[in-house]
Design a protein around this ligand. Sequence first.
Ligand code: G3H
Ligand code: 13P
Ligand code: ZN
Ligand code: NA
Length: 306
Amino acid sequence: ALVTTTEMFKKAYEGKYAIGAFNINNMEIIQGIVNACKVKNSAVILQVSKGAMKYAGPRYLKAMVDAAVEETGLDIALHLDHGPDLATVKEAIDAGFTSVMIDGSHLEFEENVKITKEVVEYAHSKGVVVEAELGILAGVEDDVHAEEHVYTDPDQAVEFVERTGVDSLAIAIGTSHGAFKFAGEPDLKFHILEEIQKKMPGFPIVLHGASAVSQDHIAMCNEFGGNIKGAQGIPTDMLRKASAMAVCKINMDTDIRLAMTAAIRKAFADKPEAFDPRGYLGAARNEIQSLVEKKIEEVLGSENSM
Ligand code: G3H
Ligand code: 13P
Ligand code: ZN
Ligand code: NA
């Protein structure tokens, strides 16, 4: 069914695993993800950024997600990713989303509390759950560019959750969005996650910027005409460690983009005479399915979570 994340997170927390939250922008991405979840019998979160709403239209995406629920019988949550304001949140809720994020992470603490409280009040009145964010991920987030990580302060996290009534919290422990996460050695601040978990036992934590950035996909892109240099993601063992802790939602978009692009580049190179979009988009869908099956096994641990 189309569900909120409440039960998913409760089971994930207790079972020491995490639910995958994958960004969707079109039909092939949706089908690749849910076909994998069907094979693995895994619950899933399909999330839509403001840019995705603009690209595909929230109603198109909602209708395709409804079709995915009907076809697979899976528990799927439809989530607004990085909602910038109450207007966008309302648009998503009106379209039938079951979960929304309000991202006030670049605001002053009190302003973040204020906007998050407003969103929680509105969303809860509609039966929709809310994710907020505290701390700043380095890199580009919401058109804002941060040079440095601002790690989440555990005491502030407790105060923030108490005062806002938010259902889950995204934290900054060293991950970042996109394909260039570390110039040197990967480093996540697990002691911050541990402290937050100790102070708020049972409360679901969200990890953004959690793509692993497969070097195989980078190589495949570059072999077939691409030019991507210096890309590095979060090592799989770190992600698995996080998913066994309080982290109940792991966000991945970059990995989907790379899988899709690698497959399409290869399809073009393999058959330069072909021009049926079902050829290369079908290859992209298959590549996304394999990627998500691997994520469920190696990163999330959400197999048989249905
Ligand atoms: O966190 C951002 C996601 O990767 C979505 O990216 O805003 O380009 O759709 P987007
Ligand atoms: P990646 O760029 O690491 O895939 O992160 C995606 C994300 O956090 C979406 O909100
Ligand atoms: Zn994010
Ligand atoms: Na977990």
